[in-house]
Design a protein. Sequence first.
Length: 227
Amino acid sequence: MTALAEAADPRWRYGLYNLRETAKYVGIPSRTMANWGRGTNAGAPPLITTFPPGEGERGVLVPFIGFAEAYALNALRRAGLSMQRIRPDVEKIKAEIGLEHALASQNLATDGVELLFKYAGDDPDHTVVRTKQRQFRKAVEEYLRPISYGTDGFARRIQLAVFERAEVFVDPNRAFGHPLLASGKARVEDIADRFAAGEAIAEIAADFRISVEEVEDVIRVEGFATR
């Protein structure tokens, strides 16, 4: 994707989340997300796309494409890959084919041991990035399945696995990228705000036409104790 196209695409154009929000919805510690978004004290560069803080902002902002990179990065770690394997492999893809956002690409996969990449879009098989060996058996993709991709091959919508009973997704073309419940199309923050204001769970569920279990799930992820 060209810089001009990225500038017009809401996936790249806007900073939608701060690092704390990104960590919460990806499901990792805030310190880990800070390392991914700012770089480490040891000098390792950032791994995900971020915008530096602007005037009046207190922290870096993460566009949707950066959120997708963080989500995929966490999925690779959960599948068994180490950061010592992931970081150089991502840099290798960038150097070899000039792909800036490999972590958000639908050609990325893993077999649980190696980082795999489909270098030719019409190739049915993946290649081990480190050794360039063809991976003929089907790649393990369940960890990346919550990510939906656009016609350009990059992430466009993500279902958030951190929610266990509510189906919640983020889409930069819906509600300005705020997490939404698929069932009633309610924003997560609206549900949390009403609970924080003292409203009963049953009342919130009825107003948004969602289940009590979904409301409780949102409250759990947002860090509230149920009453």
